[in-house]
Design a binder for this molecule. Sequence first.
Ligand SMILES: Nc1nc2c(ncn2[C@@H]2O[C@H](COP(=O)(O)OP(=O)(O)OP(=O)(O)O)[C@@H](O)[C@H]2O)c(=O)[nH]1
Length: 347
Amino acid sequence: MHDIAPTDSDAARFLQIVRAAGLNAEHGRLACQLRSGFLNAHAEALVDNCLAALAEDQDFLSIKQVDRGHTLRQGWIDLLRSFGQNFDSPGYLVRRLTFFAACARAGMPLNLLLLQHSLIQRNVVERIAVSGVTTSDAHKLTDCALRIGALDLYLVAEGYHLPEIDALRKSLQALRGEVSHLRWRTSVDQLTGLVSYSKLVEILAQQIDLAQARRQPLSLIMADLDFFKSINDTHGHLVGDLVLRHTAERIQAAVRDFDIVGRFGGEEFTVILKNTDIEMAGIIGERIRAEIAGGPIHVKALNISITISLGVAMLRQDETMEALLERADAAMYQAKRAGRNRVVIAT
Ligand SMILES: Nc1nc2c(ncn2[C@@H]2O[C@H](COP(=O)(O)OP(=O)(O)OP(=O)(O)O)[C@@H](O)[C@H]2O)c(=O)[nH]1
């Protein structure tokens, strides 16, 4: 069952509906007369007549089987017995809305519910006419029955929308989950758990803007494993993957908490160093180099020694991201050419 808990704005909206139906305190008194004079005594018979009239309907038969008729019958009787009772309170509207939403969920066709609503109303109006009250009172009671009945019609329509709203809400939730999962997948490198290439570029662009706006230094390290191909060739691609994972861990261990480490692609890694000048960036680059070269990586039963070449560059005034990346990359290739396992500071 849908949990219909009214908020303050629901309560205000309900009151607006009551006003729109032209209902006032006088109708409260008339509704009381309707209940004590007609509905309380005849609610069961009215509902049973409706259920009998519906008995031939195939759709309704299937509902009756599920519902065994009891919940629906009793809910409907309660609805008639409380007709117009405190109609200006949110509780009144919520109870009726809950019942109509339950009818919708049980598969009760809307047209059948509306038809029965009209038949009950007709029956009530007929009973008022033969009740012996004065013509003026009969007119007032009829007017009241029709207005409060109109309120029910409004709530039927709303109640029949609730399951759709629920379904929409659920699919929206599922969609949000998928989006955040996708966002996570695209921002995290699945092999190493480091920041992915696309996210890295996004972060770097943001950090460059910030550094330029705040006039703070920003440095970048490009690091590429040396002769990584030979590890793949010698031990296979799976071992190569594990070496990449260990390398990522070692780089993470060598940098500060606020440095951003990403996998640029293949066996190439990037570190974004916020608020860091070139001297400090060089020191961190050297720490990474030493951490990787410090001892063999244990993969399966193997001890694999590996080194890394690094290029370090500090953002120049008004430099673009592409230019900064190019300078760091060029410095890294210079380290390769100079014999690998070293740090070169970009000029
Ligand atoms: N196992 C594994 N290998 C990868 C991955 N991405 C790229 N590679 C391999 O990394 C190797 C890179 O080789 P090269 O570009 O020749 O460079 P290198 O052997 O490291 O030599 P230098 O960079 O010149 O020191 C290639 O064999 C790629 O197939 C990956 O995700 N997993």
